[in-house]
Design a binder for this molecule. Sequence first.
Ligand code: DLL
Length: 420
Amino acid sequence: MPELRALQLARLREMVARQYERVPAYRAKFGAAGVTPDDLRTLGDLARFPLTRKADLRDNYPLGLSCVPRGELRRLHASSGTTGKPTVVAYDANDLDVFAEVVARSLYAAGARPGMTFHNAYGYGLFTGGLGTHAGAERLGLCTVPVSGGGTERQVGLILDLEPEVIACTPSYALVLAGEFARRGIRPEDLSLRYAVLGAEPWTEKTRREVEERLGVIATNIYGLSEIIGPGVSNEDAAEQRGSYLWEDHFYPEIVDAGTGEPLPDGEWGVLVLSSMTRTAMPVLRYWTGDITRLIPEDREPNTTGRTMRRMDQIRGRADDLIILRGVNVYPTQLEAVLVGMGQVSPHYHIVLTRTGARDDLTLQVETETESPALRAEIERLIKAQVGVTVRCELCVPGSLPRSEGGKLRRVTDLRGEEG
Ligand code: DLL
């Protein structure tokens, strides 16, 4: 794709020059890294430029990274910070145009076509999900129902009355809606829905199958984050469902090693780093998303849709969740995948890390109905075979492990600092 690569380089150069000229914080960061915009001569040079992290947005709260005068801004979104200050992202008229364009593309890939009705159950407000998908749906020519999140009974009533073909919400909420339809005795074939556009949180193939069966839809993954734009950085194709097409003319992707930050080739798993090349109000250079994925290598796993942009795989976890056990990188979701694959085990699990002398150990606690040494040995064997680490498994009675109470569930207890 030489044309696309040339376009990316031109757009990155323009963006970096803009940041350097207009934002003191970027100029200082470039200076510390010993680079100026002129050093960006090839795409390979990008790795010399500094990463941007959430802390940079927080430190420059609210609008210190903005490249345009206040009067040119047209919208602000904010994410609630867990450590106090939220982070703010700013859009000018051009950015809202880009936002609508990439979401329209995403919805089209998801199966939506002009004239369809779109039930939008992403939250409206400071969260980018609702308003972001809304504008893209209108751009594509969908009749949009801006339901927002919550109020399940009303949502179900509206779906029955307005007969949308397309629904957008989080995967977990799709299952809540499916439960309410089932409770009312409504079968999937009685529903008008055909396509579900699910994202904003990690989800698995098992959830996909469940949503598809229970709502009678084709479900695709939509990915995005506020700092880069919101939803619509990438989306799967409904006919393929194998990786999300990343709109590479607007967002430049890199995969880097979670520990060293070094760029990794297509096919390898690492942290997704994104540059929002065409944003003008608050473009972000090399943003460390913290999301673990890989770019699917086109030469080894060709796509079936004829699209020319690269795909990213599902998000496997967050860089913050990475466990380094005796030199091997392990994500809790890899262990979860083994448990889910076995079928007989409930997915409630907890990880405890301990240290004896210089040796780190991982104990995987799993809830099961029956205490069986054979099952325990089988879990340990499969994890060794599929993930490549030796762990100790402990079976626990159902209900004994921590549950999510709305917030983020802590899957790992790390006792390594407290012993040895
Ligand atoms: O969640 C934007 C969005 C809205 C995406 C609606 C898709 C649909 P933030 O609130 O800034 O923005 O959260 C971004 O959510 O870094 C990921 O960790 C996670 N995330 C978003 N989409 C997915 C996905 C929106 N499809 C953060 N799979 C990201 C897994 C996702 N994680």
